[in-house]
Write a new protein. Structure first.
Length: 122
Protein backbone atom coordinates (compact mmCIF):
# COMPACT_ATOMS: atom_id res chain seq x y z
CA UNK A 1 0.00 0.00 0.00
CA UNK A 2 1.23 3.48 -0.84
CA UNK A 3 1.55 6.21 1.74
CA UNK A 4 2.78 9.78 1.73
CA UNK A 5 6.09 10.56 3.43
CA UNK A 6 4.46 12.84 6.01
CA UNK A 7 2.08 10.00 7.02
CA UNK A 8 4.75 7.28 7.21
CA UNK A 9 5.33 7.15 10.97
CA UNK A 10 1.63 7.38 11.74
CA UNK A 11 0.90 4.55 9.31
CA UNK A 12 3.71 2.39 10.77
CA UNK A 13 2.32 2.93 14.28
CA UNK A 14 -1.19 1.99 13.08
CA UNK A 15 0.10 -1.18 11.42
CA UNK A 16 2.09 -2.16 14.50
CA UNK A 17 -0.96 -1.60 16.69
CA UNK A 18 -3.00 -3.68 14.25
CA UNK A 19 -0.77 -6.71 14.62
CA UNK A 20 2.10 -6.12 12.17
CA UNK A 21 4.58 -6.28 15.02
CA UNK A 22 7.59 -7.69 13.13
CA UNK A 23 9.70 -5.61 10.74
CA UNK A 24 11.01 -7.97 8.07
CA UNK A 25 12.93 -5.47 5.93
CA UNK A 26 13.25 -1.89 4.78
CA UNK A 27 14.76 -1.36 1.37
CA UNK A 28 14.54 0.98 -1.59
CA UNK A 29 14.17 0.75 -5.36
CA UNK A 30 15.55 3.37 -7.74
CA UNK A 31 13.15 3.90 -10.66
CA UNK A 32 15.20 6.90 -11.89
CA UNK A 33 12.18 9.25 -11.91
CA UNK A 34 11.51 8.44 -8.26
CA UNK A 35 12.92 6.28 -5.47
CA UNK A 36 10.55 4.00 -3.62
CA UNK A 37 11.20 3.05 0.01
CA UNK A 38 9.59 -0.27 0.91
CA UNK A 39 8.75 -1.42 4.44
CA UNK A 40 7.87 -5.12 4.80
CA UNK A 41 5.94 -5.86 7.97
CA UNK A 42 4.64 -9.19 9.28
CA UNK A 43 1.71 -10.08 11.48
CA UNK A 44 3.11 -13.18 13.19
CA UNK A 45 -0.27 -14.42 14.46
CA UNK A 46 -1.94 -14.28 11.05
CA UNK A 47 1.25 -15.10 9.12
CA UNK A 48 0.44 -12.15 6.87
CA UNK A 49 2.82 -9.62 5.32
CA UNK A 50 2.12 -5.96 4.52
CA UNK A 51 4.17 -3.85 2.12
CA UNK A 52 4.18 -0.13 2.82
CA UNK A 53 5.65 1.99 0.02
CA UNK A 54 6.73 5.63 0.02
CA UNK A 55 7.69 7.37 -3.24
CA UNK A 56 10.44 9.98 -3.00
CA UNK A 57 11.62 12.59 -5.48
CA UNK A 58 15.31 11.93 -6.36
CA UNK A 59 16.14 15.54 -5.48
CA UNK A 60 14.59 15.25 -1.99
CA UNK A 61 15.56 11.84 -0.59
CA UNK A 62 14.70 11.51 3.08
CA UNK A 63 12.38 9.67 5.45
CA UNK A 64 11.86 9.87 9.19
CA UNK A 65 13.55 7.23 11.34
CA UNK A 66 11.27 4.39 12.43
CA UNK A 67 13.64 3.02 15.10
CA UNK A 68 11.38 4.16 17.95
CA UNK A 69 8.54 2.07 16.44
CA UNK A 70 10.56 -0.89 15.17
CA UNK A 71 14.03 -1.12 16.78
CA UNK A 72 15.13 -3.47 13.97
CA UNK A 73 14.88 -0.51 11.57
CA UNK A 74 18.31 0.65 12.74
CA UNK A 75 20.36 -1.59 10.46
CA UNK A 76 18.07 -1.11 7.45
CA UNK A 77 18.06 2.67 7.76
CA UNK A 78 21.85 2.74 7.89
CA UNK A 79 21.96 0.52 4.80
CA UNK A 80 19.56 2.79 2.87
CA UNK A 81 21.57 5.87 3.78
CA UNK A 82 24.82 4.31 2.65
CA UNK A 83 23.71 2.45 -0.45
CA UNK A 84 20.91 4.72 -1.78
CA UNK A 85 21.76 8.12 -0.32
CA UNK A 86 18.45 8.39 1.50
CA UNK A 87 18.77 10.67 4.52
CA UNK A 88 17.17 9.36 7.68
CA UNK A 89 15.84 12.23 9.76
CA UNK A 90 15.87 11.87 13.49
CA UNK A 91 19.16 9.98 13.70
CA UNK A 92 22.83 10.84 13.48
CA UNK A 93 24.91 9.60 10.58
CA UNK A 94 27.22 6.95 11.95
CA UNK A 95 30.20 5.22 10.50
CA UNK A 96 29.83 3.33 7.25
CA UNK A 97 28.01 0.08 7.78
CA UNK A 98 28.84 -2.10 4.79
CA UNK A 99 31.76 -0.66 2.87
CA UNK A 100 34.89 1.36 3.31
CA UNK A 101 34.89 3.45 0.17
CA UNK A 102 35.50 6.96 -1.04
CA UNK A 103 31.85 8.00 -0.69
CA UNK A 104 31.43 9.16 -4.29
CA UNK A 105 27.92 8.16 -5.20
CA UNK A 106 25.58 5.48 -3.88
CA UNK A 107 26.12 1.93 -5.20
CA UNK A 108 22.47 0.87 -5.45
CA UNK A 109 21.33 3.95 -7.36
CA UNK A 110 21.01 3.63 -11.12
CA UNK A 111 23.12 6.77 -11.55
CA UNK A 112 26.13 5.18 -9.80
CA UNK A 113 29.26 5.34 -11.99
CA UNK A 114 30.51 1.76 -11.88
CA UNK A 115 33.48 2.48 -14.14
CA UNK A 116 34.69 5.48 -12.13
CA UNK A 117 37.98 5.21 -10.25
CA UNK A 118 37.46 3.69 -6.82
CA UNK A 119 39.52 4.51 -3.80
CA UNK A 120 39.22 2.17 -0.84
CA UNK A 121 39.58 3.73 2.61
CA UNK A 122 41.24 1.55 5.24
Amino acid sequence: MKTERQMLLKRLEELKGGGSDYLVKITAVDYIKYVEVVYILRDMEKNDDTLLEVDLDPSDLWVESAVHIYPAADWYEREMAEMFGIAIRGRKAGRLLLEKWDGKGYPLRKSFAWNAPYERID
